[in-house]
Design a protein around this ligand. Sequence first.
Ligand code: 0RA
Length: 634
Amino acid sequence: MKEPAYSAKDITVLEGLEAVRKRPGMYIGTTGPKGLHHLIYEVVDNSIDEALAGFCSEIKITIAKDDRVTVEDNGRGIPVDNVAKHGRPAVEIVLTMLHAGGKFGGEGYKVSGGLHGVGLSVVNALSKELTVRVRRGGAEYEQDYAYGKPVTSLEKAGKTTETGTTVSFLADDGIFETTDYSFETVAQHMKETAFLMKSLRISLVDERPEETTEVSYCYAGGIIDFVEYLNAKKDPLHEKIIYFERKIGDAEVEIAMQYNLGYTESIFTFANNINTQEGGTHLDGFKTALTRTVNDFARSKNLLKEKDDNLSGEDIREGLTTIISVKLQEPQFEGQTKTKLGNTEIRALVSGAVGEKLREFLEENPKETKIIVGKAIAASQARAAARKARELTRRKSLLESTSLPGKLADCSSKDPAFSEIYLVEGDSAGGSAKQARDRSFQAILPLKGKILNVEKARLGKVLGSEEIQALITALGTNIAEEFDLEAARYHKIIIMTDADVDGAHIRTLILTFLYRFMQDLISAGYVYIAQPPLFKVSSKKKHFYAYSDNELDDAIKRAGGKNYSLQRYKGLGEMNPEQLWDTTMDPNERTLLKVNLDDAVLADEIFTTLMGDKVEPRRDFIIQHAKDVRFLDI
Ligand code: 0RA
């Protein structure tokens, strides 16, 4: 057992909580669903810090019928003795003073997570009610708060031999747009966290449905299990998952990797358990060292001849699934969404570890190595062939001197911020859309039915597809390594397909392409899904549209409830241009769903499941989500 070297005096206090209620966005980013979920993660992060310090092995989260969330851990318990400077118990300081807590006091935690690191006090400030229970030193203590302020003093509630902390809170519905937690979202986040925290058990109980739902995650293999899970729906190229770790001072890195038969690269990076979606120094260090190590090794073993070019990074990462997890004392988060790791010392830590340990692995596992290098060489040859093909088409297009695809009906605005493009299924709907649009800012690109499934094809074939070429030139950004967000010709890319199964399939194909080759377009929030109506209810001269089965009753009511006629739209083609404009394209009337990638791991899983070549998982997934047709769009 480690000696607790921490007491109330270590807790430093910075400022009060009024500011949080006045400007919640400053502290949790948003008061939408994302901010709401952040409350749970913030509380859990405190328990995780306790686990990182080596004192907590279990965390249990419960969502009650009234949306009250309880997070319980078996750590040391928040200290309850008085803080001299304030004459109040430490736990009260932690819950009422902004930035109070071990994280900022120097000693205390080794590593701290939390995207914003704002802590329990912010959760308290944004809760109508909050109760904290501490089990420590033989007793259980309890204190209640409302809107961040104590309503009772810390009281002894009984004896116990256990230790730990329980925080229950009821998010303030006067501040949050919604207090409806998504079980799936929380569960996915907790699963990922459990992978990153070897052997920590995280359970989630949802008491809201008629029948209580419970999931529990605990992975003895940590990120090795994570990679196994990510590759479960793919075909691994080698059995053994490559794993290594390295510590230097307070910083540590862990890497697990395994190749699969596919062509996509799935590398997920984390810093203090936070998914660094924008990458950063850990990812850079990994990529550089991977490319160098594999090339050096391949040459030293004569797998690459002297005259051969080096294998490119992209070639070497084809079909590679990797988790990189770093934990460090003072993470610097940069970038647009503050998910890019900036600490420069991490680059060398990671590249050093990869250089040394991967080389060792390659030396010691000739069978695996042969497969890995063979795969990279195959990728390189395919890429060379594709390049030749592309050069040919490029020359052709120079001769023709038309840079934009012929079937694009462009808009007159040249300002991307005000321009939108509709990607429309089929020529006939494309025709209606062209008539319906406001050409000053709306462009239309009709796409022929089912575009190529890029999940199952190599880059060369992808680029050979006419539809995809049209899409790339129209959007203007180029793809993959050459992708440039600044060059985007439109800041709204709207996928408009029929509201049926085929439409959903085509939408997924387009999304898969954007996800694999233009991911930043989605991260930037440029990609949307149009919502054409499913029904038209008409009475006398008025029309009412319904966009879901649920809305239909409402539309009928609004139409007077009697003497109405009902039309069910099977496709965009059944609407005349005016109707299409009114319901789906008019910025004042339409609803667009923004596609987001909040959870990169989940997104990867969805695309693999839906578009990969294993039938079984796809069927399971579709059955599981049958009622939830919008799962991609949340
Ligand atoms: C400050 C100091 C110590 C532990 C904690 C805070 C702590 C906070 C939370 C929040 C949720 N669960 C928690 N568990 C612990 C160190 C206490 C010691 O030295 O014994």
